[in-house]
Ligand binder design. Structure first.
Ligand SMILES: [Zn+2]
Length: 298
């Protein structure tokens, strides 16, 4: 399925579009960072893509779901904002308010086959409110998608964070995704692949150590490793091409196509699992041991 309307120059939007296209958008996520407006705009884009009834391209822009989503009147896209409770001064997601929202999620969608629940400024939710969501986030109804928007995921309890995918935006659209340059990511990826091709366990551990305490670097390097492997596969099947990666041709020469394809699947799966708060050290050790296996050729 093709997904339209996302800013693919943003690493995070790119990944979000990929998961929507694959039909694997998480049922509960936090979008942190960026500006309040950008977060809401992105959440609405996601909701529009999820709710569209088209099978090939979303949002198609012409179905009744798209029309309503664009006018922000789709009954199955619910937006919630902090509000002032009786006798209180501050606008907040009070525990009662959160429980009301939660209970309404159990009502099946009106028109679409999905229901998207967006909570803007979700940082204004206390622990009691958050705790009342644990169960539904653990096992959300199949049609339900929760999107929490906040400046930082640190406002949430660990028990919530372990149940959601976190998408991070830094600054506005421009600054987002600019944490590492393309060269830095390519370098880390090529080192990993070189180490794998060398077959040396030590080299693999050494090149993996650059990711220690650097979750974001690993998360952004994995797609580049995948790019190199995909280029290697194309070299195997077609005429050699100019890939821009030193290691692509060597990978193609040394590894059977089946191995490379399996490695690509593994990288995909690992990348996906990192969005679900898989422990960084565990991810690094899974990557290292999988590359040792590829190098050993079994
Ligand atoms: Zn549509």
């Amino acid at each position: 399925m093709e997904v339209k309307g996302f800013d693919l120059s943003s690493a995070t939007e790119n990944r979000i579009a990929e998961t929507v296209a694959a039909g694997r958008f998480p049922h509960a996520c936090i979008i942190e960072g960026g500006s309040e407006e950008y977060r809401l705009e992105l959440a609405r884009k996601i909701a529009g893509a999820l709710i569209c009834g088209n099978k090939e391209t979303v949002p198609c822009g012409i179905c009744s779901h798209c029309h309503k989503a664009l006018k922000h009147i789709h009954p199955d896209i619910e937006e919630y904002y902090p509000k002032t409770d009786k006798g209180k001064k501050e606008e907040a997601f009070s525990a009662d308010y959160v429980r009301d929202i939660r209970d309404k999620v159990f009502i099946i969608p009106n028109e679409a086959d999905k229901k998207i629940v967006i909570l803007s400024n979700a940082q204004r939710m206390n622990d009691t409110g958050q705790n009342s969501l644990l169960k539904i986030l653990e096992e959300p109804p199949g049609y339900a998608y929760f999107i929490f928007l906040c400046p930082s995921k640190d406002y949430f309890l660990d028990t919530i964070l372990s149940r959601v995918t976190v998408w991070s935006l830094s600054g506005g659209t421009e600054a987002e995704g600019a944490a590492f340059t393309r060269e830095e990511l390519a370098e880390a990826a090529e080192k990993m692949i070189k180490a794998m091709l060398s077959g040396s366990e030590y080299e693999i551990m050494k090149s993996a150590s650059v990711f220690d305490k650097n979750q974001k670097l690993l998360q952004e390097t994995l797609p580049v490793i995948k790019e190199i492997l995909a280029a290697a596969l194309r070299i195997k099947y077609n005429a050699p091409e100019e890939t821009g990666f030193e290691t692509a041709a060597e990978t193609a020469a040394k590894l059977p196509a089946k191995f490379i394809a399996e490695l690509i699947d593994f990288i995909d799966e690992l990348w996906e699992s990192m969005n679900y708060h898989v422990n960084l050290n565990l991810a690094i050790s899974r990557l290292s041991s999988r590359l040792r296996k590829a190098a050993g050729g079994d």
